[in-house]
Design a protein around this ligand. Structure first.
Ligand SMILES: NC(=O)c1ccc[n+]([C@@H]2O[C@H](COP(=O)([O-])OP(=O)(O)OC[C@H]3O[C@@H](n4cnc5c(N)ncnc54)[C@H](OP(=O)(O)O)[C@@H]3O)[C@@H](O)[C@H]2O)c1
Length: 209
């Protein structure tokens, strides 16, 4: 798949490296693509570093959103119309101390963070994944044949569900489907399965399956 990474830091950078290793075509982007050359080198120049505009215009199969939560508003304002049914995997988390008033408003609302993203990027098929795992675990515990970590994910459509599952499994994690985006409260910061590094059996137990 062609995957455009929007925000190539701890989460987007490591996921892009993993997906490139798994054979996917990866575009890293940020507001400073010239700073992403080291990531490109780590893929033996198989991936590319591009501007955010170029990433959105690349007609990728999948977009990974891995910016600070506050950036959702400005990114959606410019690019939300461009998805045309493409899958958007949202790895962001609202932290009012970092992201300001809009994150506090989302936390105080009766909407999950993933539903906020889906509302903003209304032409995309939104999935939520990779927001509950520590960046270090994402980096170091991928591509395991056994003792795999489980990644919980949610999606609002069958296509987004299938794509998210494949991209989780392609890099050696077990994918555990939580439900549609209305079920993702347990994945939000400080909630039941947030920051819990466990295997599939452990995660299923936590969510009562
Ligand atoms: N760190 C973790 O353990 C962890 C775990 C799970 C989920 N998350 C969530 O994942 C998201 C990313 O976290 P992170 O730790 O990867 O952050 P990070 O290392 O600071 O990376 C953020 C990336 O987003 C880019 N960026 C910032 N503002 C942008 C904008 N307006 N438009 C486009 N790109 C922008 C940054 O590059 P430029 O500044 O050069 O644009 C950088 O590449 C956050 O929402 C975080 O809560 C983090």
């Amino acid at each position: 798949m062609k995957i455009a990474i929007i925000g190539s830091g701890n989460i987007g950078g490591n996921l892009g490296l993993h997906w490139a290793q798994a054979g996917h075509e990866v575009l890293f982007s940020s507001r400073h693509p010239e700073q992403l050359q080291d990531l490109v080198r780590q893929t033996d120049d198989k991936a590319k570093a591009v501007s955010v505009a170029e990433a959105f215009e690349a007609n990728a199969d999948v977009y990974l959103l891995a910016t600070p939560f506050w950036a959702i508003d400005e990114l959606a304002e410019v690019y939300a119309g461009e998805f045309g049914g493409k899958v958007l995997i949202d790895a962001t988390n609202p932290y009012p101390e970092r992201d300001g008033k809009m994150a506090q408003e989302v936390k105080d609302s009766n909407r999950n963070a993933s539903e906020y993203t889906a509302l903003k990027f209304s032409t995309a098929l939104t999935a939520k994944a990779f927001n509950t795992i520590y960046a270090d675990h994402l980096k170091e515990r991928a591509f395991r044949d056994s003792d795999k970590l489980a990644i919980p994910f949610a999606a609002q459509s069958t296509k987004a569900q299938e794509v998210a599952r494949q991209l989780i499994e392609d890099i050696g994690f077990d994918a555990i489907f939580i439900g549609d985006l209305s079920k993702t409260h347990i994945m939000d910061p400080d909630q039941k399965i947030y920051g819990k590094s466990t295997n599939a059996a452990g995660l299923r137990k936590m969510i009562g399956r």
